[in-house]
Design a protein. Structure first.
Length: 323
């Protein structure tokens, strides 16, 4: 267990069923690690850093992550299967938020280890709500993220002592998800809690999500990043078409048609922007990132439609791909 006096320095589909056992698996470790916390504590940034590649979208807007995202990292004899989750919602009890909270509860129910992410030096009622969901039968590591924002490290020691009284944490990990040394340290600690068993995925696999799913997520990220706080978080993206064909000058060519769904006409105008400039920029930035991710030439068409009250409609929430 890391004690408060041992703070680091400044430089510092559901896989539960598992694919088949691979040969030569003696000495291998493999297990599920859930990443949980309230919105905007850096869970998706942490997942991307742990995996070593961006597979979960990020933005300053709360509830950017809406699905259970699995990230896979294989180091030496150990395969880490990280599960990123939506931030647990305690406000706005609509159909969308009920779906997101159900995803969180499902993710923490059957894992080998939980990373409970909070902002270093802070603990709110929303943090406490998430902590109350965690079983005492599963090891929990307190990840005190955004350590780089703490100006006086001495103030962190009493905070950590207070956190010790809130839950029987297996480890305390003050860190920054942006520091590679901290990520390496966290991986080494996590490894100790994973059972000895064959890997569930191939050595080079990074996620269990499809390219179609990742396309919708990347478009949604650009939507949120380019509209800021103007656009309500209930806006979403639906992939209408996703086809692949041989390229004449490139190895792959992918055509994607997607609809941005908003709740009001005013939101639609906001997304489109003056003379369509904002929608064009959303499409351009999404296409460029998708081309890097898929190693393909991508043609992307975007539409914007109004679906009033969709986030309160259970059937429509499911039809848009939420659990």
């Amino acid at each position: 267990m890391m004690l408060p006096s041992e703070l680091p320095q400044e430089d510092g589909p559901d896989p539960v069923q598992g694919p088949s056992v691979s040969e030569g698996s003696a000495g291998q470790r493999c297990g599920l690690v859930a990443i949980v916390g309230r919105p905007n504590v850096g869970k998706s940034t942490l997942l991307n850093a742990l995996v070593g590649q961006k597979i979960s979208i990020t933005s300053r807007k709360a509830q950017t992550t809406r699905h259970r995202i699995t990230g896979i990292r294989t180091e030496g004899q150990t395969q880490f299967i990280f599960v990123d989750t939506p931030g647990f919602q305690t406000h706005h009890n609509n159909a969308l938020n009920r779906s997101l909270n159900k995803t969180v509860l499902g993710a923490v129910g059957d894992v080998d280890l939980v990373l409970f992410v909070v902002e270093a030096g802070h603990f709110s009622l929303a943090d406490a709500k998430v902590l109350s969901l965690l079983s005492r039968e599963v090891p929990v590591i307190l990840v005190a993220n955004k350590l780089d924002r703490v100006h006086r490290r001495g103030d962190l020691a009493p905070w950590l002592r207070d956190m010790q009284t809130r839950h029987p944490f297996a480890e305390f990990m003050p860190m920054s998800a942006k520091q590679s040394k901290d990520i390496e340290r966290l991986l080494m600690v996590c490894q100790n809690y994973l059972p000895e068993q064959p890997w569930w995925y191939g050595q080079d696999e990074l996620t269990d999500r499809s390219e179609r799913f990742l396309a919708s997520e990347i478009i949604r990220e650009k939507l949120f990043r380019l509209t800021g706080d103007e656009l309500p978080y209930t806006s979403t993206v639906v992939i209408d078409t996703f086809t692949e064909e041989p390229g004449k000058t490139v190895s792959r060519m992918v055509r994607i048609g997607a609809t941005i769904v908003v709740e009001r006409d005013g939101h639609k105008a906001m997304v489109i922007g003056e003379k369509g400039e904002r929608l064009k920029r959303i499409g351009t930035e999404a296409r460029q990132e998708l081309e890097k991710l898929m190693d393909a030439k991508v043609f992307l068409e975007l539409w914007v439609k109004v679906r009033s009250g969709w986030a309160d409609d259970e059937a429509r929430v499911r039809s848009f791909g939420y659990e």
